[in-house]
Design a protein around this ligand. Structure first.
Ligand SMILES: Nc1ncnc2c1ncn2[C@@H]1O[C@H](COP(=O)(O)OP(=O)(O)O)[C@@H](O)[C@H]1O
Ligand SMILES: [Mg+2]
Length: 267
């Protein structure tokens, strides 16, 4: 084992939570992501910023397996992640939140969290038939876990309400609890604070910091620079589908190339 690409591909070293290389994706003639590399260290809290249209959401969706890139590779914890396979990502320990969460409106808050549970024996017909006791135990454990997660995001009082009664901010918290049901080691967060009131924003910041302190590696897309400055140890800036600069939040926000990119996008 000498740190060669073959070692990394085989997962022998697993030096990064995410190691993406040469990712590209065009929509028609538009190169939304154009030869992008990205590394997320184990336990790191990394910010991804850039002007509108920079390609952040497209990159995020490639990493999450929602989009299949035209080229490039993604390793998760050293393991090759099949392109365009969001479900396989969950098995590799990756969880993602949606910028605009869409809970099942008629299901209760608790039932929505339970939809995030993975590899439940009850999902398969045979174990259901043959091992009903095991299934029942697993379901009880899942409900206990979902309740603990609802406690973590302070939604316990709304547990038995249909999800449609939740505010936008509460839906973001429900989304977080749902994703945590699968015990992800890596979290991709797409603007978790957008459109959220200041009190809830502080609460979300605290919870996300807790998750990072528990050892989860986090990639955050966020426009709120105050939040990025408080949370992120390192910030990567994209523009025009490409890597622009990286550094601390303070340094990148003063960087001439970053200022120019934001001014250019606003023009
Ligand atoms: N599904 C899509 N179909 C066509 N063009 C898209 C699609 N998604 C994004 N784009 C284009 O790709 C570029 C990058 O978009 P996006 O990844 O949403 O940027 P950001 O999230 O940084 O604002 C933009 O020019 C956008 O118009
Ligand atoms: Mg976006």
């Amino acid at each position: 084992m000498d740190g060669s690409p073959a070692d990394v591909r085989s997962g022998a070293l697993a030096p990064h939570a995410i190691a993406a290389s040469g990712l590209s994706l065009a929509f028609g003639g538009v190169k939304a992501v154009d030869g992008m590399d990205l590394r997320l260290g184990h336990g790191e809290f990394l910010g991804l910023i850039g002007p509108n249209g920079a390609g952040k959401t497209t990159l995020f969706n490639i990493l999450a397996g929602t989009y299949r890139p035209d080229g490039g590779t993604v390793l998760i914890d050293g393991h090759p992640a099949p392109p365009g396979d969001a479900k396989a990502r969950i098995g590799l320990g990756l969880g993602r939140t949606f910028q605009i969460p869409k809970p099942f409106p008629q299901m209760t808050v608790l039932e929505n969290v339970l939809t995030g549970a993975q590899n439940q024996a009850g999902e398969h017909i045979w174990p259901n038939f043959l091992q009903f006791r095991r299934v029942a135990n697993e379901e009880r454990a899942a409900v206990e876990k979902a309740k603990a997660l609802l406690d973590f995001v302070k939604l316990t009082p709304l547990m038995h309400e249909p999800a449609r009664v939740l505010s936008g901010g509460q839906r973001k918290l429900l989304e977080l609890a749902r994703v945590l049901m699968a015990d992800p080691k890596i979290l991709l967060l797409d603007e978790p604070a957008a459109g959220v009131n200041p009190t809830l924003l502080e609460f979300i910041i605290g919870r996300v910091l807790d998750l990072n302190r528990q050892g989860k590696s986090i990639l955050l897309i966020e426009h709120n620079m105050d939040m990025v400055t408080r949370l992120c140890q390192r910030v990567v800036v994209m523009a025009g589908g490409r890597f622009l600069v990286e550094g601390s939040a303070r340094d990148v926000s003063r960087h001439p190339a970053v200022i120019e990119a934001y001014l250019g996008a606003a023009a």
